[in-house]
Design a protein around this ligand. Structure first.
Ligand code: UTP
Length: 295
């Protein structure tokens, strides 16, 4: 039985980088190969036995609720045609987890979205997954994050190395070595540092294992960069809190396959990479792509 039982997936953002596609359709519902991005997240949580999922939603996000609900009309239609294979495909998202929803009301920032989960999560550690950040199922990271928390307590982040000139686009961590080359202690965090001021080339990616202490900190976190209540600012404060009191932040340095689907170029890249590896489509897609590019 896992020491972490709950995952929070904030999906209430406005998705402005993906307009016009994200105007009425949540960006987390845009398909990556053949299923919505957010379904990959729920599958990842379920793969480590975390099946209590809370989605923080907002207006325009009903499609997400519908996607994880049963569709009797669709089933009846497919059953009439004897199409069992498609009934199974449509049902995949229904049985992965117990999915709960809470509304954010106004997109005041990721930190605020996480705070909206307080009532559901209560006083236990929980995972936060960002719906536009996909981690390849062949390179799982959650179990390692849970093991780090079991050893050190506090919160655990997931970091990735990027070229120095890309750091300004992300949250960035200052770190010092901990147990092994891929586990570090986080000593500082800064959201989108100006070029030249980055403390490292390690960026924070969309997997967090948080101590419930974060709620207390978020309640007093003022709007930061971009006028939003930033999760990074609350995490920065956790660094200096006594581990006995829920503080302390460690991180795993992840070097597996990760796909960003939150902006147009990365989304296209994610689709191509995952389509090439897809059991059903990979072979013919590869052939077509080769011949298309050689024309
Ligand atoms: P992003 O910054 O990537 O999402 O937040 P966004 O604000 O929707 O995107 P852009 O920058 O305008 O294109 C990361 C995750 O946090 C959620 C988003 O839905 C996304 O999955 N989020 C963000 C919230 O739930 N609430 C917020 O107030 C902000």
């Amino acid at each position: 039985m896992n020491s972490v039982r709950k995952v929070v997936i904030p999906v209430a953002g406005l998705g402005t980088r993906f307009l016009p596609a994200s105007k009425a359709v949540p960006k987390e519902m845009l398909p990556v190969v053949d299923k919505p991005a957010v379904q990959y997240n729920v599958e990842e949580a379920a793969s480590v036995g975390i099946t209590d999922v809370l989605m923080v939603t907002g207006r325009n996000k009903e499609a997400i609720e519908n996607h994880f609900d049963a569709m009797p009309e669709l089933n009846a239609n497919l059953a009439a045609k004897g199409d069992e294979a498609r009934i199974a495909l449509a049902a995949e998202s229904e049985n992965l987890a117990q999915i709960h929803f809470v509304r954010q009301g106004e997109a005041l920032g990721l930190g605020h979205a996480v705070l909206c989960a307080k009532g559901h999560v209560g006083n236990e550690p929980f995972v936060v997954m960002l719906g536009d950040d996909l981690i390849d199922a062949r390179d799982p990271v959650l179990e390692q994050m849970i093991a780090i928390r079991e050893q050190h307590g506090g919160s655990v982040l997931c970091l990735m190395e990027v070229p120095q000139d890309q750091v300004y686009l992300y949250g960035c961590a200052a770190v010092e070595p901990a147990d092994s080359p891929d586990v570090v202690r986080v000593t500082g965090l800064v959201e989108k540092p100006p070029p030249g001021e980055e403390p490292s080339n390690l960026i924070v990616i969309g997997r967090y294992l948080l101590d419930p202490k974060v709620f207390e900190v978020l309640e007093r976190t003022e709007p930061g960069r971009g006028g939003e209540i930033q999760l990074t600012d609350a995490l920065h404060e956790l660094i200096d809190i006594d581990p006995q009191d829920g503080g302390g932040v460690h991180a795993v340095v992840f070097d597996g396959r990760r796909y960003d689907t939150g902006d147009k170029l990365s989304y296209l890249q994610a689709n191509v990479m995952l389509a090439l590896d897809n059991d059903e489509l990979g072979g013919s897609f590869r052939e077509w792509l080769k011949s298309y590019l050689s024309e």
